[in-house]
Design a protein around this ligand. Sequence first.
Ligand code: HEM
Length: 397
Amino acid sequence: MKPHDQLPSPHHWLDERLPFLKPLCRHIVRFPVPPVNLLWTLGACLIVGFALMLTSGVFLSLHYDSHIEQAFASIEAIDRRIPSGWLLRSFHTGGVSLLFAALYIHLARGLWYGSYKAPRELVWLSGLTLMLLFMVTAFAGYVLPWGQMSYWGATVITHAIEAIPGIGRPLITYLLGENTLGAVALHRFFILHFALGFIIAAIIGLHILFLHGTGSSNPTLDSPHPVHKTRPFIPFYAFKDGLAVCGFLALLTGVIFFFPALLTKISNTIPADPLKTPADITPEWYLAPYFAILRAIPSRLGGLILALGSVAILFILPWLDRSPRHNATYRPFLRIGLVIFFAAFLTLTIAGLQRVTPLWLWLSRGSLAVWFFVFLVLIPLTAYQERHISSQKREMS
Ligand code: HEM
């Protein structure tokens, strides 16, 4: 026997030690995917986009200094003196905008095609958890440069939390480590931002695990000509996802190199000054809808409850919509409801970026009312009617 015949091949060596590896690879290769459209490639774009954020974030943190006197200067050093630091930072700050855009479209896709319905509730709930964690992480990250908008944006949010009766003030003191935003708070924001990146990575793993438990939903199901044929994930859908990821990265690179002004707020290039409130404090566009809700309600506590409530409604959506149908294209009332909701969400986003005027205040209030009406009234009623129709059809047949 030749000596190399006695050596186990590398994959055999691994199989013996990790016996689940082969079935797992086989599962991924053969994972049956129904005839999904291009919107189903956004999940892959989110994974790659997030990996880029995590990697660039780890490298940025090698140079960032969370001491209150050094934070702003360390960001300037990254932009001006660290080799390719500007590129790293542009990918990190530009990536977050594109990632949120992809996330909101991914969520809207789920709403339109009824992806939140049984048996995919866990996929939906883990997705919403990811969205919330994304928001907290983005907010914490925005504070880190310790610029004017970082400081004053964080002040607005801490004031909103302070409005919780009884526990608001002690909670803020506990979270910030002192009574006002200062050195301890900045250090904690940094730790929170850093740690959440890895928690999000773990929850993305769960999200995919849940999806692989049930499989992707089929967007052709309620159409007059449903297609039930599935194809294995590799090579068909892996190739399609790969192409979409290339497009996503090209878009991100295009924005960074050709429209860098879209990514930075001029007021955040001024160091934080607790004695000088900026004329108008506005958040980044992806948090603007919730900021508009906070501002639209005269009571601070009321604004906080409604902003949290608007997201909480999405968590109970699988139980609000008990219709046997999925796809809004073939559900006329749901279709109208969702179009109005998307318009309301867009209005709130724009309103959150404007100075407060009576017009924007009333537009925000109207959009908020639409948000609650669509989810709490229109969707349950439509579902009730559709359930009734389908039970009548069953009785007749
Ligand atoms: C970092 C954030 C996220 C990542 C990396 C991610 C990743 C993915 C991937 C790879 C898929 C499979 C491919 C696809 O359908 O596009 C998927 C499906 C899904 N995601 Fe996400 N997702 C994220 C956030 C969200 C959010 C915010 C929601 C909604 C609340 C959500 C809800 C869903 C649902 C319901 C499906 C199943 C879709 C179907 O088959 O109809 N995800 N996600």
